[in-house]
Structure formats: structure tokens, C-alpha cells
Design a protein around this ligand. Structure first.
Ligand code: ADP
Length: 447
């Protein structure tokens, strides 16, 4: 970027130099040219007025200035007088010359003849005299090419000076522009205090937001890794403890079955935990490659879930209420099964004996905006205190750790639910009161 700015500034300098030089030379040349033409016309008119008072053409020589040439031509084109040395001039008939012809026809005539090789232009101005003769004055001036030729050393000198100045100025300016940006780039942590140009403020803000997000993600990832390690360690420690006791013969014959049972429970917990972690990491992947969505009847999924959970519910003395009413959403079947299962499972696990879980599915027409499908899981369980309601969707967040563990919870169920809902552009609403129960609603766009 530095090189680019430098090169552009330098190019602008050079372009200005060339354009200005060209324009100045051209304008000046034009002015001189006009001036010369005017001079000649005035001289010609003066001489034409003088001519009738002269006795002989040769008297015209008195008026000769070194840079002027005077020619007197008869009405038939014969040269009667020529101020330049005859050997330098052809004395042939001048009737063919355009300025003479024009003067004979209209009274005055002019012409410019350029000699590129010699770099000179001759300007001719002719006037028909009262006696029919034609008086012609001409002047030879350096043309544009020779002006360049003559001015070339000066132009070259000035140009070299300006080039050197441009190089230095471009370099200084580039540094001035780039330096504050470099300072900003070096201080990304406090980027707001180092924004050098107003135009960079939106970019700086975007960088800051991105940085905060990255830091936040990094923190969540670190926390998650620490939590996973901790969650894995607890069951593994007990498995290892029971196995060691059996190995060392410290367990009595009658305890061995009991210990094996405990090892089995802990191992099952580990398998569930690892299963949930895998589900979450698969869900994280869906951010990069979204799953295929189809039109799905959510009521079918709810019915299947109710069936698979009915045994657990009856063991916990919890009644399930569900009336199948079709409702369609756009979604991924496995993900939706997971979402419905986790919500129903929680409603049973955090319930009281004799309690109930009511599942409701309905299509809602909204006044403004598209129709929605609301899936509601209402229980009469232990409820969630207000201060925890926001956080239950965080990974490994549990209101009551021991109750969660007792019932085989991993602390990841609702994190998975939230992720799936997000994937389906669905919103989640929680209403809960301790000892009264919880109602969780997932609101899908209708599919
Ligand atoms: P867990 O595996 O511990 O159930 P979840 O992510 O499913 O993890 O839920 C997080 C926490 O939210 C639970 O530990 C529990 O404290 C609370 N919770 C979830 N659902 C309910 C519910 N229906 N009633 C009361 N508390 C609930």
C-alpha cells in the first residue's frame, strides 16, 4: 500500500508537471503568434497607405526592418520588388500564392507556411493597393517545435528539479499518511484511541467488534474445554476408584456386584456426556455447512417422543398429555427430534411425582408477519428461579447440579436445544416459577 500511495502521488506530480509545461508553452506560443500577426497586419496597412506617395518601388527598402520581408507584386503576379536578397528568393510568378490570390480577389489575404524541418513558420499578409498591385509583408517566427527545441534545456533542468522535489514530497507525504495507520495496526487492543482518519472509524469499529467476538469465542471455548475435562474427570475418578478396590481385593464378595453397578452407571453417564459433546460439535459445524431442510410435520416427531418417554414418565409418576395436531415447519428431522426429546425429558426429570407434562402444538397467524408454529412444553415441576432463567441455555449450566446428575443430566441438553432453534430461525421463550412449574415455548416460522 505504501508503494502504491507513493507511486500515485509521484505520478500526480509528474502528470501536473507535464500538463502545466505543455499548456504554458502552447498558450505563450499562441499569444506570440497572434501578436506577430497583428504587427504584420498593422505594418502592411501603414505601408499600403504610404505606397501611393512613393515614386518608385525601390523606395520601399527604407521601411525594411531586418525581420520583415516586403514583396510588391503586379496584378499579373510579376514580382516588382522583393526585400530579401534575390538569390534567396525565387522571383517566379506569384499569382499561385494563396495570400496574393485572396488579396487580388477580396482586397486582403493571409497565409501561414510552416517549415517543420527548420522549425519556422512564415506568416504572410497581402493588401491590394489602389493601383491593383499587391503589397505583401511576411515575417518568419520560430514555431512550436523550435520553441520546444530552444526551451528544452531549461525544461529539462526544471523538470529534473521538480522530479526530485516530487520524489521527496511523495515520500514524506506517503510516510505521513501511512504512519498513523501503522500506529493503529500496532495498537489493535486500543484501536478506538488510535483512529487517525474519520473515514477509518467504521473499519476500526468493525475490527473492535470482531476482536471482542473473537475474545468471547476464545473464552467460551476455553471454559468449555475446562468444563468438559472436569465433567469427564468425575465419573472416571469414581470408575477408577471402584476398579482399583476390586483389583486390590479390598472389595468384599458381596460388594463387587454393587461396585460393578456403580462403574456401569458412571460409564453410562460418560457415554451420554460424550454423546452430547459430539452433538454440540456437530451443531457447531452446521454454522459452516447448513443441513438439508424439508417440510416436516412436527406432531409426528412429538408423538414418537411421547411414546419413547412414556415408560420413564410412568416410572417417575408423571402423566403426559398430548393431542396430535399436525403442524408443519421447515427443518431437519434428526435435529427436531433432539430438540423435542430434550425439552420433554427435562419436563419429566425436573417434575414431582404425581405431576404432569402437557405438550401443545399450534399454528398461529400473526397480524404482521408470517404464520408461526408454536411448540409448548408445560410441566408442573420444580420450576426455575428467575435469576437462572437466562443462563440455563449455557453449556454445563445447571440450577441444581446434584439433581441434574441424579437424573442423568449432562448440563448440555438446553444448549443443544438453543443451537437447534437458532438453526431453524426459531425463538425460545421461558416462563417458570419455583415449585409451580415451567413452560418452554419454541416458536418456528411456519413451513
Ligand atoms: P441437564 O442435563 O442438567 O438437564 P439442561 O441443559 O437440559 O441440562 O438444563 C439446564 C438446567 O436447566 C438443568 O440443570 C435444570 O436446572 C434446568 N432445567 C431445565 N429444564 C427444566 C425444567 N423443565 N424444570 C426445571 N428446571 C429445568
Amino acid at each position: 500500500m505504501e508503494k502504491k500511495i507513493y507511486f500515485r502521488l509521484f505520478s500526480i506530480g509528474m502528470l501536473s508537471l507535464v500538463l502545466t509545461a505543455t499548456l504554458i508553452i502552447f498558450i505563450f506560443h499562441e499569444i506570440f503568434d497572434q501578436q506577430a500577426k497583428q504587427d504584420i497586419q498593422i505594418t502592411a496597412q501603414t505601408l499600403a497607405a504610404t505606397c501611393p506617395h512613393l515614386n518608385d518601388c525601390s523606395e520601399l527598402s527604407e521601411f525594411i526592418k531586418p525581420d520583415l520581408r516586403i514583396t510588391l507584386v503586379s496584378a499579373t503576379g510579376t514580382v516588382l520588388f522583393e526585400s530579401q536578397k534575390p538569390e534567396e528568393q525565387t522571383m517566379e510568378n506569384h499569382l499561385g500564392r494563396p495570400e496574393i490570390r485572396a488579396a487580388l480577389e477580396t482586397g486582403t489575404g493571409e497565409a501561414t507556411r510552416t517549415s517543420k524541418t527548420f522549425g519556422y513558420s512564415s506568416y504572410y499578409y497581402a493588401i491590394r493597393l489602389e493601383d491593383g498591385k499587391v503589397l505583401r509583408i511576411s515575417k518568419t517566427v520560430a514555431n512550436l517545435y523550435s520553441v520546444y527545441d530552444k526551451a528544452l534545456p531549461a525544461i529539462a533542468g526544471v523538470s529534473v528539479g521538480i522530479i526530485i522535489l516530487s520524489l521527496i514530497l511523495s515520500s514524506v507525504l506517503t510516510r505521513k499518511i501511512i504512519h498513523p495507520i501503522e500506529v493503529m495496526a500496532r495498537n489493535l487492543d486500543e484501536i478506538e484511541q488510535h483512529v487517525p482518519y474519520k473515514e477509518l472509524e467504521p473499519s476500526a469499529r468493525a475490527i473492535k467488534t470482531q476482536q471482542i467476538r473473537r475474545q468471547e469465542n476464545e473464552r467460551i471455548r476455553r471454559e468449555f474445554t475446562a468444563n468438559v475435562s472436569h465433567e469427564l474427570k468425575t465419573p472416571l475418578t469414581s470408575i477408577s476408584g471402584y476398579a482399583e478396590m476390586i483389583k486390590n481385593g479390598m472389595a468384599q464378595e458381596k460388594d463387587i456386584r454393587d461396585f460393578a453397578g456403580k462403574i456401569h452407571v458412571e460409564a453410562a453417564r460418560l457415554i451420554t456426556l460424550i454423546g452430547d459433546i459430539i452433538k454440540l460439535s456437530e451443531l457447531d459445524e452446521t454454522n459452516k455447512t447448513p443441513p438439508h431442510f424439508h417440510r416436516i410435520d412436527l406432531s409426528q416427531i412429538v408423538s414418537e417422543t411421547v411414546e419413547s418417554l412414556s415408560l420413564v414418565a410412568s416410572q417417575k409418576e408423571v402423566t403426559l398429555h398430548w393431542e396430535e395436531t399436525p403442524a408443519f415447519v421447515q427443518g431437519n428431522k434428526e435435529m427436531l427430534e433432539e430438540l423435542v426429546y430434550n425439552l420433554c425429558d427435562n419436563a419429566i426429570r425436573y417434575n414431582n411425582p404425581g405431576g404432569s407434562v402437557t405438550l401443545l402444538l399450534e399454528e398461529k397467524k400473526t397480524e404482521a408477519g408470517p404464520a408461526q408454529v408454536v411448540f409448548q412444553v408445560q410441566d408442573t415441576g420444580i420450576g426455575i428461579p428467575k435469576e437462572h432463567q437466562e443462563r440455563i441455555f449455557e453449556r454445563f449450566y445447571r440450577v441444581d447440579k446434584s439433581r441434574s446428575k441424579e437424573t442423568g443430566g449432562t448440563g448440555l441438553g438446553l444448549a443443544i436445544v438453543k443451537h437447534i432453534a437458532l438453526c431453524h430461525q426459531a425463538q425460545i421463550q421461558v416462563q417458570s416459577a419455583p415449585n409451580k412449574g415451567t413452560c418452554i415455548e419454541v416458536i418456528f416460522p411456519q413451513g
